[in-house]
Design a protein around this ligand. Structure first.
Ligand SMILES: C[S@@+](CC[C@H](N)C(=O)[O-])C[C@H]1O[C@@H](n2cnc3c(N)ncnc32)[C@H](O)[C@@H]1O
Length: 538
């Protein structure tokens, strides 16, 4: 029968993520089903679990909040940076590894382990979520038989049986393995018990064998108010249906962005590739993965170069997919190992460094995982420091590459400078040309303007002259009219007057008219006219 325990990063195999002996929560599908629930929702839970257990980490990085669909969950109260230890807590209590995972004695061992708890501790424990199906029929029978020996009435017995089944279910739902491959058994951790699942979790959980604490480390930056999520399952690269199948034990359907929504298809595509590459390395490392419902046919790499490329592809895919916890640490290890085999020693060293960094981000630097990435890094550093011929050859290659790169850069720089000088020269020439053109345009405009002005003044002068001529003509007409009128009034002969006017120039006519106009008497007018006629006749 499967056991009921969360996985823990500490239990990951150092060589393949598929070979991790993770102990995960599982359900006794044959057991009697009673309703599971969130009893905690009805109880008075505060963010810092007001109990007297020293192990309970009170962190100001997160608080317990009721989520819309997942019951309670841990939510960041401020931004949490990658690598931060979100919580490190001692167990409320543990069960020794000798207690079987599915046998009826497990139920009794759990009830016994609860006895020393204080009321506050017990309250915090009973407030936890449980899946009732996690208690199988033999465990239920054992609980009933155990209670029959106590002094219960018929009516109180049923309630006591139900209460005790719930207590066992709480353990089965929330317990996590302690020690390497459950070597220390399993325990209940109050903070960890509240972490919900995501297929792209933002924290990695790990049992720290040095401190005896269960830790949650942020594997990427977590925003304020973002939920803190772990993975309940090992193989996050499985297809969505298989992940949901593995999660059915916790009685919920995961609706994270890798399972549902606009990005799910792209994520599924990437995870399929990750699964294939993980299978490749499981085979290369001779660490078969746990069987899945869809056996994989993969293309095995033919050369060391291809192996190293496959590992690098896996690293890139995991990063793209946001699976940046222990699976990435292992992929980096493979990239390092196969990189070294392919003669890419310096890249291997860099991948090893990254593997250590990612591993420490997942588990902190106090605890050393068995066959840790650090041991591998130290080995590579040792090789690099000694006169290892692979490193020597690669360094020489890298030196030559660098030299080639330097010469190439210098040539490019010289070409860039030459091009720049040409460009500046062209720019200056174009500027000069543009200035010449605009100067020319100014001149043309100026010439056009003065031509226009000349034409205007010429036409004004013509108009003026015309006006003057018209005015002189009018004045002459008027003067002639004055002379004729004066002649008419004084009965001077018309023919004589016309002869006089024909003989007078314009100015003379106007002077005569003016003179006649000023004269008061007709006799003077007659005289003046005859004088003028006499002058002309003479
Ligand atoms: C270990 S408990 C986690 C804390 C729990 N939500 C609570 O209220 O205490 C596991 C249970 O949380 C709920 N859960 C966890 N992850 C979930 C998810 N991604 N979606 C919906 N429910 C989830 C399920 O009911 C599951 O059985």
């Amino acid at each position: 029968m499967p056991e009921f325990t969360f996985r823990s990063a500490q239990q990951f195999s150092a060589t393949t993520m598929d070979h991790r002996k993770m102990k995960r929560l599982s359900m006794d599908m044959d057991g009697i089903r009673i309703d599971s629930g969130h009893p905690s929702e009805a109880s008075d839970i505060t963010s810092d679990h007001d109990n007297d257990n020293d192990s309970l980490s009170t962190s100001n990085l997160f608080e317990l909040r009721l989520t819309s669909t997942k019951g309670f969950g841990l939510v960041a109260t401020k931004e949490i940076l990658r690598g931060t230890c979100v919580t490190s807590e001692l167990p409320l209590f543990t069960l020794p590894p000798t207690v079987s995972h599915n046998g009826p004695e497990r139920a009794l061992a759990i009830l016994k382990a609860l006895q020393p708890l204080t009321t506050t501790q017990l309250d915090a424990y009973t407030a936890l979520h449980y899946n009732a199906r996690s208690v199988n029929l033999p465990m239920r029978e054992a609980i009933r038989t155990h209670l029959l020996s106590k002094q219960y009435t018929e009516s109180t017995l049923e309630t006591a049986v139900k209460d005790n089944i719930i207590k066992v279910a709480i353990f089965n739902t929330n317990c996590v393995s302690t020690g390497e491959n459950s070597s220390l058994g399993s325990g209940i951790f109050l903070n960890f018990s509240r972490a919900n699942h995501s297929c792209t979790p933002n924290v990695e959980n790990c049992f720290n064998t040095v401190t005896g604490c269960e830790t949650l480390y942020a594997i990427r930056d977590i925003a304020e108010n973002e939920e803190i999520t772990v993975s309940y399952i090992d193989q996050l690269y499985l297809p969505v249906e298989e992940r949901q199948h593995a999660l059915r034990r916790w009685e919920f359907k995961c609706d994270c962005s890798a399972c549902e929504g606009p990005d799910a298809e792209e994520s599924a595509h990437r995870r399929r590739k990750i699964e294939g590459l993980t299978e490749v390395f499981a085979r290369l490392e001779k660490k078969p993965r746990p069987p899945t419902s869809s056996p994989l046919r993969v293309h095995m790499p033919k050369s060391v170069g291809e192996k190293s490329e496959f590992a690098e592809d896996l690293v890139a895919l995991l990063k793209e997919e946001g699976l940046v916890g222990m699976p990435l640490a292992y992929a980096l290890r493979w990239a390092s190992k196969y990189g070294l085999e392919a003669g890419k020693c310096l890249a291997a060293l860099e991948f090893a460094r990254q593997a250590v960094e990612v591993e420490q981000t997942c588990v902190g630097d106090v605890m050393k995982l068995p066959d840790s990435a650090e041991a591998w890094l130290n080995k590579l550093k040792g090789m690099a420091a000694s006169d290892d011929k692979r490193f020597k050859a690669e360094r020489e290659r890298a030196r030559k590459e660098q030299e080639k790169e330097r010469i190439k850069n210098e040539k490019e720089e010289a070409k860039r400078e030459k091009d720049e000088a040409k460009r500046l020269e062209k720019e200056a020439w174009q500027k000069k040309k543009a200035e010449e053109v605009s100067q020319m345009a100014l001149w043309v405009a100026e010439a056009a303007r003065s031509k226009r002005e000349r034409e205007v003044s010429e036409s004004e002068a013509k108009t003026d002259a015309k006006k003057k001529k018209e005015a002189a003509k009018t004045a002459l007409k008027k003067a002639r009219r004055v002379v004729r009128t004066s002649a008419e009034k004084t009965e001077v002969d018309d023919v004589d007057v016309e002869r006089l006017l024909a003989g007078l120039g314009a100015e003379e006519t106007m002077a005569l008219a003016e003179k006649l106009s000023e004269l008061q008497s007709e006799s003077k007018v007659w005289e003046t006219l005859h004088e003028e006629m006499a002058k002309k006749r003479y």
